[in-house]
Every structure is written in C-alpha cells, then in structure tokens.
Write a protein that binds this ligand. Structure first.
Ligand SMILES: Nc1nc2c(ncn2[C@@H]2O[C@H](COP(=O)(O)OP(=O)(O)OP(=O)(O)O)[C@@H](O)[C@H]2O)c(=O)[nH]1
Ligand SMILES: [Mg+2]
Length: 323
C-alpha cells in the first residue's frame, strides 16, 4: 500500500443494529476492490474482520476493526464497529477517530434501535452520515418500507440516491439517481438506461436532491428559484455541503453478499465525504491530555488519531518510554 496524504484519506465508521450487515458490507467492499477473494463470516471462521476467537464463537463483531479500502487513488479507512450494546466501548473508540458515518440498515428488519442509536451518536459528533439499506437479496424485503421508516425517523434530509431494481420479488440490479443509469447483476460492467417503470420515481428523487442542493448555498438557492437547472459541478458542490452539514442524508441500497450497490457507495464516500485535512483545529478533550494543538495540513500529514494504541508494542520498540 502506498503512502497517502491526509486529503486522500476518508475515515468512516460503520454503525447500526447488531446483525444489520455492517461487517459483511465492509467485506463486500474488500471483495469489490479485490483485497480479498470471497466474503467471509465470523461463524465460519473465515472473516478478515471478525477473526478473534470470541467473535468466531459468538458470530458477531466484538471489537472495532480497521479495513483500509483502496479505491480511485483514495484510502477509505473503514472502522467496523460492533452493534451489540455489550461492546459499546469498542463502538465509541471507532466513533472517536472517525470523520464520517455509514449506518447500515437491514431491509429485512427495517429501522431498529441500533439504527436510531447510531444516528444519535453520529449527530452528537456532527459526523456527515449516509445510510445503506442492505440485504435486499433476501425474500420478503422491501426497500420502500425501510426507506419510509428512515424518512419518518430522520426527516426530509433522508433522500434515496440508489434504488434497487426488483423483478418478481428479487433484486436484479440497481439505479443511481445522480448518474441516471442502471446496472444489472447479469452485466455488471455496462451501465444501462433507467428502466421505464422507474423513470418517474428517479425524476422525483432528482427534484428532491435539487431542492436540497439549493438549501446548501445562497447562490444555488437563487439559481433554483430562477428555475435554472444546476450544472454537474453545482450539484456536486451542493451535495458536498449538504452532506457535511447533515442537511442531506443520502440513502444507498443493495446487497452486501451479492455486491450490489457497493461500487457506487464507495464512489459516494470518495466524492462527498470530507477528509480530515478539512477539519478544524483539534482540541484535546481531556484536561490532562498531552497538549498537542495542531491543525491538519493539506500537504504534510500532521494529525495523529489513535485507535486502541498498544502500549506493549510501543514499549518493545521504544524501551526508553518506560522511564
Ligand atoms: N442475504 C444477505 N445476508 C446478509 C447480507 N449482509 C449480511 N448478511 C448476513 O447477516 C448476518 C449478520 O451480518 P453481519 O455483517 O455480521 O452483521 P453486523 O452488522 O456486522 O453485526 P454485529 O457485528 O453484531 O454488529 C450474517 O449472517 C450475514 O451473512 C446481505 O446483503 N444479504
Ligand atoms: Mg459486525
């Protein structure tokens, strides 16, 4: 792996109910970027994230794991947290070093207490947030039901950016609203026109996105009320601002096990999530903390955030620290 500058890194924490599919989604990202050649499972002992004996025994994440995903000259540090409340300390550690949040919701179970709690935590820390509605490959799942629950819980800021294409109750592909294109499982490489049955829904969502973009900035608002259409660059700018301020909460969807929607989810993270180079001055939280007072630099990486530093290793490497 090459060295990345701070502006090429996105730090993203996964949040959500236990069993919603967070770890599987991160494994799906690793599979998509060819870092692994199959998606593992904790219970089968072949997960690259949930590999601790306790995790294999329980079949859930117990620790926060870090998975670097290399995509489009960017390193996305995925911090996969356990959803189980018993391990809340681990999730808090992941949240402490993250700049952005990805909340996974299972389309089988809809919005659950872990979804509400994850959003609350992300909001408290002012983390730009996106949702991924997963498990749409399972029978008896409905994107719309989960999407409506999300809008009910978190308001109009919630907007679908990626819609599943369903045929006879099965997911066969997905549509990206911004790109106005569809991708089918049987021909993943080639984008297709949006199927006729979805055109009016996509146009409606595009309109909602334009309204949200207009709210992001005065100049954009003026243009919107003059009835002019936004350029691609303006849409990009407006969504970036809206996502950063929490006024746009994009919803992506698909299936982690079938790797549907994952590619565009990664694109969204790269395009719209801020890097830590864009953060303000960091202040130590604890009175007795070592007083680093530093501003993240664009060219010189100067921010150090520690996720579970291991003192044992440090002391082995630098024995002088013992004194
Ligand atoms: N069919 C289907 N099953 C999925 C999908 N994503 C996850 N699963 C299954 O759902 C179960 C839970 O998935 P995990 O990824 O471990 O869930 P988690 O959110 O990490 O759970 P915690 O670690 O407890 O917070 C596993 O059996 C997965 O194989 C999906 O997209 N489709
Ligand atoms: Mg997990």
């Amino acid at each position: 792996m090459r060295d990345y500058q701070s502006f090429e890194v996105r730090n993203v924490v996964t949040l959500g109910h236990s069993g919603s599919g967070k770890t599987t989604l991160v494994e799906s990202m690793l599979l998509h970027t060819k870092a692994i050649d199959r998606i593992g499972k904790a219970v089968d002992g072949n997960s690259v994230l949930d590999y601790d004996a306790e995790e294999v025994k329980r079949g859930v994440s117990v620790f926060t794991s870090l998975a670097p995903i290399e995509v489009r000259n960017t390193k996305i540090n995925m911090l996969d947290t356990p959803g189980y409340l018993d391990y809340v300390g681990e999730a808090t550690a992941g949240l402490a070093v993250a700049d952005n949040a990805l909340i996974v919701v299972s389309a089988k179970d809809g919005v659950q207490s872990g979804t509400l709690n994850g959003y609350k935590k992300a909001k408290e820390r002012k983390l730009p947030t996106i949702f991924f509605v997963s498990k749409l490959d399972e029978d008896n799942t409905s994107f719309d039901t989960t999407y409506n629950q999300l809008r009910e819980a978190f308001g109009k800021a919630v907007i679908a950016f990626e819609l599943p294409i369903m045929e006879e109750g099965h997911i066969v592909g997905s549509i990206n609203v911004l790109k106005n294109k569809a991708w089918f499982i049987n021909d993943r490489e080639n984008a297709k026109p949006v199927p006729e049955a979805y055109v009016s829904r996509v146009n409606e969502l595009k309109e909602q996105i334009s309204e949200a973009v207009a709210m992001a900035d005065d100049a954009l608002m003026e243009k919107f009320f003059e009835g002019e259409t936004f350029s691609d660059a303006e849409i990009l700018k407006g969504i970036r601002l809206g996502v950063r301020s929490g006024e746009i909460l994009p919803v992506y969807s698909g299936s982690a096990v079938k790797v549907i929607g994952v590619e565009r989810l990664l694109e969204l993270i790269v395009d719209y999530f801020p890097t830590y180079a864009e953060k303000e001055w960091l202040k130590p939280r604890m009175k007795k903390a070592i007083l680093f007072n530093f501003k993240p630099q664009k060219v010189k990486p100067s921010v150090l955030k520690c996720l579970k530093p291991s003192l044992t290793h440090l002391l082995e490497e630098f024995p002088s620290l013992k004194s």
